[in-house]
Design a protein around this ligand. Structure first.
Ligand SMILES: [Zn+2]
Length: 376
């Protein structure tokens, strides 16, 4: 029992370092105590998110994760230690967080987020944090948040690239305003693309800070000069440490947030768009070879519109992967023997794109190894 830890004086002492901030103060601290946050995924992102939120005194924290701790998780999932291997992540996380802050109510949900349980899991929380690492889960979380009118603290990592934003249907754009054609399972996760633990720590800590701002509330943020990443996408290239903030606007054509929230349909998206076997059959070319391609070669940019706008290979044609996969007629003006080089940012989505083109019958398809980043 937390006998002596719950007196007012102890509480004040516990949070003293943040309560002396004029942006927080005792009233802000009380708001945090009354707030609830659900973190979906207790992995590389979820670990720092949950640790910082519990430490900061969020009143109630939910953890959704059906995985078990594996040794390969310990490189970045700082909630866990060697003695936790094979134990359920949600249960271990709940135990560790209770040790960190016994005043924080912790709900462990040892289950996978699905279209069937998303709304009931999320309905009871003020703020939702995305600690998942697949496009399918990110889409499902987004759709459920739009349905429920809840803010979603988004974070994603690919190699040394990262992004953080807050999506909130009523107050700004949603995830689908940014990615209208979700490439189904085509964006690599940590297992495929690799990740440094400190990258997950950095992005998770930033998500934690955004969640705290959302727990304080928009009105509080505005009166105290705190500007959450609502309608803004923070992007980082950690190789150079260049950061940018892109402004995002709600899209009138958004398939999710533009209409009536009640009509948003939740769907479980299958993960596999490109089997390892198919990927193996795709021929890759490096940048030097690509620069020597015949002039009639079509460079097909399968990235999203905002990536295309930030720069692309001269003369390339733009067709986001999701659209390429979904619209069978998108390339019907091209003869099946047309030389095509598919490319994306890092050479991962382009693999799926090229495999799909081969499936459609195109015979002269390559994908650009290392993607646009290496081209530059
Ligand atoms: Zn939207």
């Amino acid at each position: 029992m937390p006998h002596s830890h719950d007196t007012h004086q102890t509480m004040t002492h516990r949070y003293a370092r943040q309560m002396i901030l004029p942006e927080l103060g005792p009233h802000g601290q009380e708001r945090l105590r009354q707030a609830s946050v659900l973190c979906v995924g207790a992995g590389g992102l979820g670990s720092p998110v949950l640790l910082y939120l519990a430490a900061a005194g969020i009143g109630r924290l939910g953890i959704v994760d059906d995985d078990r701790v594996e040794i390969s998780n310990l490189q970045r999932q700082i909630l866990f230690t060697e003695s936790d291997i094979h134990r359920g992540k949600a249960e271990v996380a709940a135990q560790k967080l209770a040790q960190l802050n016994s005043q924080c109510q912790i709900d462990a949900h040892p289950m996978r987020l699905t279209a069937a349980n998303a709304l009931s899991l999320m309905a009871d929380y003020d703020v939702i944090v995305d600690g998942t690492d697949t496009v399918a889960s990110k889409g499902l979380l987004n759709e459920a948040c739009v349905r429920l009118g809840k803010p979603l603290v988004h974070g994603a990592i690919l190699g040394f690239h990262a992004q953080v934003s807050i999506f909130w249907g009523r107050h700004g754009p949603c995830y689908r305003c940014l990615y209208p054609h979700p490439p189904q399972g085509a964006v690599a996760n940590c297992a495929e693309a690799g990740v440094m633990g400190a990258m997950a720590g950095m992005v998770g800590a930033l998500q934690g800070l955004q969640a705290l701002k959302m727990a304080l509330g928009l009105a509080w943020c505005h009166t105290h000069g705190l500007d959450p990443l609502l309608g803004r996408l923070w992007v980082l290239d950690a190789r150079t440490m260049n950061t940018r903030i892109l402004t995002l606007t709600p899209q009138a054509s958004c398939p999710v947030c533009a209409g009536d929230p009640d009509s948003v349909v939740l769907q479980d998206t299958p993960q596999v768009a490109c089997t390892p076997r198919e990927a193996q059959d795709v021929r890759g070319i490096d940048v030097a070879q690509a620069r020597l391609c015949a002039p009639e070669t079509l460079f097909l940019d399968v990235r999203e519109a905002f990536e295309w706008r930030n720069g692309h290979i001269a003369g390339a044609r733009h067709l986001p992967l999701g659209q390429l996969l979904a619209e069978t007629h998108a390339l019907e003006d091209l003869p099946l023997n047309a030389p095509i080089v598919a490319y994306c940012q890092h050479g991962i989505r382009s693999l799926t794109g090229a495999a799909h083109l081969q499936r459609l019958g195109y015979t002269n398809v390559h994908h650009l190894e290392g993607g646009f980043v290496r081209w530059l």
